[in-house]
Design a protein around this ligand. Structure first.
Ligand code: NAD
Length: 366
């Protein structure tokens, strides 16, 4: 039976990068004999224009029925004045919560070819390959009670609640241990257990889970030290697991180590490893319609989809190898281009990745 992939192009550069990633997905599926069917639906500003809401019920229904979702990006200045609940970004938040996508996987990979683009010295980051596993649907961003209240003294006070249930910690922990198994089998759990009881429990649960994964080496780090280590010696990490707020901050810091937002894929998974795959960047209205967007983050999101939802790790490796080969050839979209490189547009970059997939296949069959 075919696996159903729902494609949600979104707004501005979303459709441009998704078009290239869809071509790559179809090509690699044909090469590896994977039966897939792609269908398209609207989300974000495009959906708002067409239906009056940023996440139509028909899109949500098709998302529930799909084996995996490929998303571009949503939003743009033309919807800035729209009321809050109808903003394109609300469509994205809603689909994540409706589908129970609790586990956010954000790799920060620095291809050696792009080491000069990082804010750190090339030797500190060249070959960097870490994975941040962030809990996405709990923690202080969702905890109740929350709000701003006026005290008897008349002074106002803001408050939030940091809360995690054992079951929530366990499911993100298992996802992280399983992810570490697919990599170098080292997992660092980041908490603040010297101050916050929630993370005392977090650490306890991680320790308990470790017994089920004796092949994975578990370590712990306080979040302040983790932030420091990420910018001091990031290559010491393999997989990092942490809660929603710490993960939000650490994954953005890790992203900048790699120099360009146009290179960073992500996955958000549910308990059955069904997932939504998307680049970390937004809809980049400043460059849309100019054939200037870097499609590699979305193409690398396809590689993650193949690995995590479609159980096709060899096809995932092939896509990543093709991207590396294209970079070896010196082809660069404007965001990662230096004077020594050959500048290409979005479509030509897609063409080059497909050509590199073909070259890999030819080499293997030779
Ligand atoms: P952005 O990520 O869209 O752009 C930031 C900068 O990075 C811009 O200069 C842009 O040109 C550049 N950039 C981004 N992706 C690129 C790519 N693939 N290739 C080359 N350059 C790229 O962030 P922003 O400008 O803060 O937001 C623009 C819109 O996107 C807003 O409406 C925002 O709400 C939305 N947004 C959506 C998502 C999402 O859909 N997941 C995420 C972030 C922002």
């Amino acid at each position: 039976m075919s696996q159903r992939i729902l494609v949600l192009p979104g707004d501005h550069i979303g459709p441009e990068v998704v078009a290239q990633a869809s071509r790559v997905l179809k090509r690699v599926a044909a090469d590896f004999g994977l039966a897939i069917e792609l269908e398209e639906a609207s989300i974000g500003g495009a959906a708002l224009e067409a239906t009056g809401v940023p996440l139509p019920d028909s899109t949500l229904e098709r998302a529930r029925a799909a084996d995996a979702i490929l998303l571009g990006a949503v939003g743009g200045p033309e919807w800035d004045a729209v009321e809050r609940d109808l903003r394109p970004e609300r469509g994205l938040l809603k689909i994540r919560s409706e589908l129970g996508l609790f586990g956010n996987l954000r790799p920060a990979i620095l291809y050696p070819q792009l080491a000069a683009a990082s804010s750190l010295r090339p030797e500190a980051v060249s070959g960097l390959d870490i994975l941040i596993v962030r809990e996405l649907t709990g923690g202080i961003y969702f905890g109740e009670p929350r709000g701003i209240r006026t005290l008897e003294s008349g002074e106002r006070e803001g408050y939030n609640t940091y809360v995690y249930r054992e079951s929530e910690i366990e499911r993100i922990g298992r996802l992280a241990f399983e992810s570490a198994r697919k990599r170098n089998r080292r997992l660092c759990s980041v908490d603040k257990s010297n101050v916050l009881e929630v993370t005392v429990l977090w650490r306890e649960v991680m320790e308990r889970l470790a017994a089920d994964y004796p092949d994975v080496e578990l370590s712990h780090m306080y979040v302040d030290n983790a932030a420091m280590q990420l910018v001091r010696a990031p290559k010491q990490f393999d997989v990092v697991v942490t809660g929603n707020m710490f993960g939000d901050i650490l994954s953005d810091a890790a992203a900048m180590l790699t120099g360009s937002i146009g290179m960073l894929p992500s996955a958000s998974l549910d308990v059955n490893s069904r997932g939504m795959y998307e680049p970390c960047h937004g809809s980049a209205p400043d460059i849309s319609g100019q054939d200037a967007a870097n499609p590699l983050a979305t193409i690398l999101s396809v590689a993650m989809m193949l690995r995590y939802s479609l159980a096709a790790p060899a096809a995932a490796d092939a896509v990543e190898a093709a991207v590396s080969r294209v970079l070896d050839r010196g082809l660069r979209t404007p965001d990662i281009c230096t004077p020594q490189d050959q500048q290409v547009g979005t479509v030509a970059m897609g063409d080059a990745v497909i050509a590199a997939l073909e070259a890999n296949t030819l080499e293997e069959s030779a």
